[in-house]
Design a protein around this ligand. Structure first.
Ligand code: UT7
Length: 350
């Protein structure tokens, strides 16, 4: 039994935030952002009206309808996000509630930029073993709720955007179609190079003792309750060692793609469409150059949406498919790298 993508959808909030708008909040320029990242604009939710799970629900409804199903046909939900509605429970159960499907299992995946690859890999295994037939797999993020919009946070804040993408993975007896392989990787040695520390149970000193990064802004902070000290030290925002992440990304993306090719017995030349996690246009261009892909074989939409972490692959996959750039029988490769560090790839015969 294989798992094919029976339906796909994406949803982004209406509000467009241009680079120019960010220059009013922090010391940055549109030229810097475009030159270093390729991003021209991104979407932000309407605060307190749209959440991670409501974006996910909009994307999911489209995917379910395109699969020719109703919500009641869904057997299981896998939800990837690093920006959940609540600390707990996970956003999976909230999505289930929005869709009005009672009783089915919901699994939340926390592997950040690689979240969607992990999520479809898990769903693929459930379908291969015959446990479920129709699994809703979603990646959704609301980054705008957690960013530091001062100059201090500019290296992170200009990159990220909000959005959601969803697929229905469905069992098929056609073994030539669907997900052919997935590979999943992680190296926790680098956990603190791209992280959001608080609230958390860590305690800065403990973190350091365990070989973690000594994050200068919060030497002894950590706890499940935000404290005045955390607020005063402004240790409540995501932290990214950008250059370091970049360096690892340009090594691990290609490694994951090559591993996927090897697993299915093809070469990169056989890939009709590469859908990379939209981390940074410069990273994607380096991957493209390495493999010699023509522009038509790599899909980029980071210019319009920024980096939407777990949502970026399903949004890009859906948009490419809607534009007719992915056709029946095409070999589609998904690849990601991000916080954890985590990385991986999937190969799909459309
Ligand atoms: O989603 C997957 C995980 N994330 C990634 O893959 C991101 C990987 N990293 C990157 O994309 C890049 O490292 C960034 C886009 C985040 C940063 O680009 P960079 O070329 O690596 O810049 P940098 O961090 O080395 O900073 C260069 C300079 C610094 O100034 P000084 O020290 O040279 O005076 C920064 O303070 O650019 C400054 N800078 C900015 N200037 C204007 C950093 N952010 C900004 C900004 N606007 N938004």
């Amino acid at each position: 039994m294989n798992a094919k993508i029976a339906g796909i959808g994406f949803f982004v909030p209406e509000r467009i935030v241009t680079n120019e708008e960010l220059t009013k909040l922090m010391d940055t320029t549109s030229e810097w952002i475009v030159e270093r990242t390729g991003i021209e604009e991104r979407r932000y939710v309407e605060k307190h009206k749209e959440t991670t799970s409501t974006l996910a629900a909009e994307a999911a409804k489209i995917a379910i309808e395109r699969a020719g199903l109703t919500t009641q046909d869904i057997d299981f939900i896998v939800f990837a996000t690093l920006s959940p509605d609540y600390y707990f429970p996970g956003s999976g159960v909230l999505l289930q509630r929005h869709l009005g499907i009672k009783g089915i299992g919901c699994l939340d995946v926390r592997t950040q930029c690689t979240g969607f690859i992990y999520a479809i890999s898990v769903a693929d295994q459930y379908i291969k073993t015959g446990m479920y037939k129709n699994i809703l797999v979603v990646g959704a993020e609301v980054h705008s709720a957690g960013l530091d919009f001062t100059t201090r946070g500019r290296n992170v804040s200009v990159i990220f955007g909000d959005g959601a993408g969803a697929v229905v993975l469905q069992a098929t007896e056609d073994e030539t179609k669907g997900i052919l392989t997935t590979n999943l990787h992680a190296d926790g040695e680098y956990a603190e190079h791209l992280a959001f520390f608080n609230p958390g149970t860590h305690g800065g000193a403990f973190l350091k003792d365990q070989g973690g990064l000594d994050y200068p802004n919060e030497p002894d902070l950590g706890g499940m309750h935000l404290t005045q000290e955390m607020l005063d030290k402004e240790a409540i925002y995501p932290h990214m060692n950008g250059r370091y992440v970049f360096k690892h990304a340009v090594e691990k993306f290609p490694a994951a793609i090559e591993e996927a090719c090897e697993a299915v017995g093809c070469t990169a030349d056989d890939i009709n469409m590469l859908i990379p996690h939209q981390a940074n246009l410069r990273i994607t261009q380096m991957i493209q150059l390495k493999f010699g892909f023509e522009d038509e074989r790599v899909y980029n939409n980071i210019q319009k949406y920024g980096n939407t972490t777990a949502a970026s692959i399903p949004i890009a996959l859906c948009e490419a498919w809607e534009k007719g750039l992915i056709k029946d029988g095409d070999l589609v490769c998904l690849a990601a790298f991000g916080s954890g560090f985590t990385w991986g790839a999937a190969m799909i015969r459309w």
